[in-house]
Design a protein around this ligand. Structure first.
Ligand code: HEC
Length: 196
């Protein structure tokens, strides 16, 4: 404190001409400070003593659990709707199916559907059934033992529907290069196009 009676708040030091007043802290600041202390105490008890509140990691797990349940329910719903599905002829749906096909399926089934590692999708020979819903089921579940991926883990149900609708349009396509020969199946003419 200063000894100067005119400036009782002036502190007794002077650094290069800079002096300091010993003002009281504003009330609002002091209250804010008390509130943070109370908040910290409540926080500590709530999260770390009684464990009433979930910490971020537990909150994340909880939300993931709820999310996974919603996802499983949606997947189950789609799965049970497969027998009722029909191929879409909507140009937007087919175009998105074409893009999915080019990205994910062409490496094994060839860009034109003629077949490479995977079977020919343009002929009338089917390993897992010739109906549209058979195709959707194979795409959804895959045939992991034979190298066909389980796409339900990668693609959403509507993407699977659109890619299945797209490959449906490849049936009977006239290929520039001959497609992969069939693997001993009986031919089933069950596509939108003609198989002469
Ligand atoms: C890693 C290679 C691979 C990829 C990628 C792949 N497939 Fe296949 N696919 C196969 C093989 C191999 C089979 C044959 C399975 C069997 O012999 O049972 C098959 C079978 C199929 C069948 C059934 C054919 C039939 O004769 O019944 C359909 C439909 C099909 N795939 C669609 C798709 C679609 C759509 C995609 C892209 C989302 C795709 N596949 C991606 C390898 C692949």
């Amino acid at each position: 404190m200063s000894n100067d009676p005119k400036e009782p708040l002036l502190l007794d030091h002077n650094y290069d001409g800079i002096q300091e007043l010993d003002n009281n802290l504003p009330r609002w600041w002091v209250w804010l400070f008390y509130i943070t202390i109370i908040y910290a105490a409540v926080y500590l008890v709530y999260f770390h003593v009684t464990h009433t509140g979930n910490l971020s990691a537990a909150e994340y797990d909880q939300e993931m659990k709820v999310g996974n349940e919603i996802k499983a329910a949606a997947m189950g719903k789609f799965e049970s709707s497969i027998p009722t599905l029909t191929p879409s002829t909507n140009a937007v749906v087919l175009d998105s199916g074409r893009q999915t096909y080019a990205k994910f399926c062409a490496p094994c089934h060839r860009a034109d559907g003629g077949g490479l590692v995977g079977p020919n999708l343009t002929d009338s020979y089917w390993i897992h059934g010739s109906n549209f819903t058979d195709n959707v089921t194979v795409i959804w579940n895959g045939v992991p033992a034979k190298g066909m991926i389980t796409w339900k883990k990668v693609l959403k149900p509507d993407e699977i529907c659109s890619v299945a609708s797209y490959i449906y349009t490849l049936r009977g396509a006239k290929l520039a290069t001959p497609g992969k020969p069939p693997e001993n199946q009986t031919p089933v003419n069950n596509g939108p196009s003609q198989f002469e």
